[in-house]
Design a protein around this ligand. Structure first.
Ligand SMILES: [Zn+2]
Length: 373
């Protein structure tokens, strides 16, 4: 099958997919009060770029200014570099007890990470994709792992004798444990967060839901940032942006940005995930807009580089002629064996992005592999 054919098969109407709990309803008309505690004094104006790479276990070894990247992947030598290929941006919702459309069983989640690792994938952030700074060893492919909705299932604390521990059965607990035992698996997931939705989808829990205290919310967001994860906006309470006017669209988005700024002052949010994959009628407002808080008179602006769709298949890589920033990016919902199927199809079509380990060169695939049967 040609890649073009394969790609067309993956073009699903984004509105097929909702995200969140079983009935897809995360919204609350009580958003104002739900969000009140995350509105802090700091101003979102004057946001400065943040170096998420300043964190842990980072970077290839450098020698004389040239990256000397090595990998623990013994299969890497057999993968032909192709830096024109596509990349997978995969999408998780709940991490829990069972597998369903919007839930991944926690043991399966860990097996997903292992499968990606074993097949030569290492995590990168959207920021790295957009900036072309993925710094992967030769023979290795990037994967962007996104977590939507900021539920406690992704990041839960357990309080023990006054100390907070990350619940090892939460998504983050599983990720961090995996990273400890797998070289090159860095803290580079992307958390697309709600700051004031119902059912505890408010910076990973509040009001005692799943044992999570409201006052832990900013601490969680700060922790993610300090560990190198990317903070992504997913609106205030997951409104279907196609149903509202321009003012409401901008309020939903800007209040998500304002809440992140309250947790990590000055953080430049560059990535935005559309709730339900639905664009506002005025699409430009998904990228850029502003809202003035009637209470304080303060104006909050946003200007994103990436808007994430909810589905669509593998995304264009940074060296694809049609790649552009700002731009929108397709994702792959992690349902069943969707990740493995995508990898297999990318490989079959000769479209898997594989690094050559050299940041100064763009490796092109041999013509013979570009359209194999
Ligand atoms: Zn969502």
């Amino acid at each position: 099958m040609s890649f073009r054919h394969y790609f067309s098969l993956l073009l699903l109407p984004s509105t097929l997919a909702a995200c969140g709990n079983s009935n897809g309803d995360l919204t609350t008309r009580d958003g104002a009060s739900a969000d009140s505690t995350v509105v802090a004094e700091s101003t979102p104006a004057g946001l400065v770029p943040t170096d998420a790479d300043g964190a842990m276990n980072d970077g290839p070894a450098r020698s004389g200014g040239v990256a000397v990247a090595t990998t623990s992947d013994t299969g890497a030598a057999n993968r032909e570099p192709n830096e024109l290929g596509r990349i997978m941006i995969i999408e998780y919702h709940l991490i829990g007890d069972k597998n369903s459309t919007y839930e991944r069983e926690r043991g399966q989640f860990r097996r997903d990470l292992q499968m990606l690792y074993d097949r030569g994938f290492r995590p990168v952030t959207m920021q790295q994709v957009m900036d072309g700074t993925m710094d992967l060893p030769r023979g290795i492919s990037p994967v962007v792992v996104t977590f939507d909705d900021a539920s406690p299932s992704q990041f839960r604390y357990i309080e023990k004798n006054g100390e907070l521990e990350i619940d090892p059965t939460s998504g983050l607990g599983i990720w961090l444990d995996f990273a400890r035992t797998h070289p090159e698996w860095k803290n580079r997931a992307v958390f697309c967060m709600l700051s004031g939705a119902a059912a505890g989808r408010s910076f990973f829990g509040e009001k005692g839901i799943e044992g999570q205290k409201s006052e832990w919310r900013h601490k969680k967001v700060r922790f993610l940032h300090e560990q190198g994860f990317e903070l992504c906006n997913h609106t205030l309470w997951h409104a279907n942006l196609g149903k509202y006017g321009d003012a409401m669209v901008q309020e939903q988005i800007a209040r998500g940005v304002m809440a992140i700024d309250s947790a990590v002052p000055g953080y430049k949010v560059r990535t935005f995930a559309l709730p339900l994959g639905v664009w506002p009628r005025n699409r430009a407002l998904a990228y850029k807009g502003s809202w003035t808080d009637p209470k304080s008179g303060r104006t909050v602006s946003y200007d994103f580089d990436a808007v994430l769709e909810v589905a669509g298949g593998p995304a264009r890589g940074p060296n694809d002629p049609a790649f552009k920033v700002p731009g929108n990016f397709n994702r792959i919902e992690v349902i069943g064996d969707a990740i493995e199927r995508s990898i297999n199809q990318l490989e079959k079509a000769g479209q898997r992005y594989v690094s050559d380990g050299d940041p100064n060169r763009i490796a092109r695939p041999a013509a013979s592999t570009s359209d194999s049967p």
